[in-house]
Design a protein around this ligand. Structure first.
Ligand code: SAM
Length: 242
């Protein structure tokens, strides 16, 4: 079996995925790196502090979030230059996926520091694989723009052949599905809610039908919204089920 290269000397940046709800969803390697790293950079140090405490891990936490990343990057690059092992986590899931990480990763690469991913949970892929929609071709769109560029983006996405993955908040889901009906027509969609948590739920159906459901009940919690791509339309009912 190939050996992980995380025993090489010198500073190294680890991009560590953490649970999106169920605390059991963390790899043995993630736990080891969170323990052994010289420093854990975390979006909200209280959130990561609770995760570390759950696994009885004691380590130094440094806040790294979208508001302070410009100031933090030179500091973290210095630590890497000094040979320190840095673990980067976000509040949940994979850093860099609708969470800060990208700027630091780019800066570390430019500075010649090795960057190593520790794969694990991300709500996008968990939602996709359980949605029942095609997984062979998909696009991840993160959060839609709230105002400027929103309708243009939706129009563009309405031509997308693969499954579309969006992040959305519960208070905005109804409005977003109304926009989908407007731009995509009555396309098949899946709402994936509270993945890996106690009230995990999938609501599947044509957008118009799901919209009616939402008029009778309001959703809470975290949501991934999946929209069937244009290729899905051409599948026969038998192909959709097989
Ligand atoms: N980095 C995270 C990841 O890898 O999935 C995403 C962080 S983003 C700031 C937060 C959004 O991810 C939420 O608003 C929701 O759309 C989605 N999300 C995160 N956890 C989720 C869960 N347990 N169930 C459903 N959606 C979730």
């Amino acid at each position: 079996m190939a050996q992980p290269n995380d025993s090489a000397p010198g500073g190294r940046l680890y991009i560590v995925s953490t649970p999106i709800g169920n605390l059991e969803d963390i790899t043995l390697r993630a736990l080891r790196i969170l323990k052994e790293a010289d420093l854990v950079c975390a979006e909200d140090t209280r959130v990561t502090g609770r995760l570390l405490a759950h696994y009885q891990i004691k380590n130094t936490l440094l806040s790294y979030h979208s508001y302070n990343e410009a100031a933090r990057i030179p500091q973290i690059l210095n630590y890497l230059k000094e040979g320190r092992q840095i673990a980067l986590v976000s509040d949940a899931g994979t850093p860099g996926i609708s969470d800060p990480a990208h700027k630091l990763v780019k800066a570390a690469i430019a500075a010649g520091a090795p960057v190593e991913p520790l794969p694990g949970p991300t709500a996008s892929i968990a939602a996709l694989v359980a949605s029942g929609l095609p997984t062979d071709r998909f696009v991840f769109e993160g959060f839609l723009p709230r105002k400027k560029g929103r309708q243009t983006r939706l129009k563009f996405l309405s031509e997308e052949p693969g499954t579309i993955i969006l992040y959305e908040s519960a208070p905005r889901i109804q409005k977003t599905i109304e926009d989908i009906v407007k731009n995509f027509g009555n396309r098949y969609i899946v709402i994936s809610r509270e993945l890996t948590k106690k009230f995990e739920e999938f609501i599947r159906g044509d957008a118009g039908e799901v919209l009616q459901t939402l008029k009778t009940r309001s959703l809470k919690g975290e949501i991934v919204l999946l929209i069937a791509g244009t290729e899905y339309r051409h599948l026969t009912p038998l192909q959709r089920e097989s």
